[in-house]
Design a protein around this ligand. Sequence first.
Ligand code: ADP
Ligand code: MG
Length: 248
Amino acid sequence: MITIEHLHKSFKDLEVLKGIDLTIAKGKTAVIIGPSGSGKTTLLRCLNLLETPDKGFLSIGDKKINFHEKNRLKLQEVMPIRRQTGMVFQGYNLFPHLTAMENIMEGQTTVLKRSKTEARQKALGLLEKVGLKDRGEMYPHQLSGGQQQRIGIARAMAMDPQVLLFDEPTSALDPELVGEVLKVMKDLANEGMTMVVVTHEMQFARDVADQVIFMDHGIVVEKGTPEEVFNHSDNPRLLQFLNKVNAR
Ligand code: ADP
Ligand code: MG
């Protein structure tokens, strides 16, 4: 589903991604872990072309792009790739002046040109899926952080993406609200959604990930099953990180 080869990204003199190679199969969940500043967010943003990589190759679904430092991407190259992905952000990023329902309908009507009736139908199903069937008419400020984030997931799903990308979806939440969001994500994983999740929730990684990817200083230092990465690696950088987050 996703293939990344030799992907590089710099901001001015700072090389943030130093040649990333990854494959993520359809229906699988990849969890990316690693210290702050290691390039996890930049990698996710490169996957939906919110950042343009400098060099390397990316394919998502049946869309492929080769990046070269010299040629700038055209919008008609960017949009097909971006359409394959849905992004869930740490800070929810809901429109404050729209209800939960309207937030989930917005991209459907503006980008996908669905009718309001169709978009509403889809939104209703998704509200039910994330356990918020009776909250559609509420505004973001009337919802808890956990509820807002579940709306954020429903909004991403509404665009029928091939892949869902999550950037620390629970790190802004009070601890007692983390579980309800992780539960929704776990359900999606079990239903065969392809997901790339940046998180510090190590138990989620152990339970749900098909592949755990450890990044440090812009490279993939270790990748494998949760068992391999959490229990059988002897990589010193990984061990140091796991100790720090009390995951080992
Ligand atoms: P992580 O998500 O793992 O914490 P990031 O991908 O956010 O890491 O950042 C990696 C490095 O890239 C950091 O040093 C950060 O300051 C830098 N960086 C990220 N985005 C930008 C940007 N738009 N401009 C300049 N530097 C950036
Ligand atoms: Mg980040």
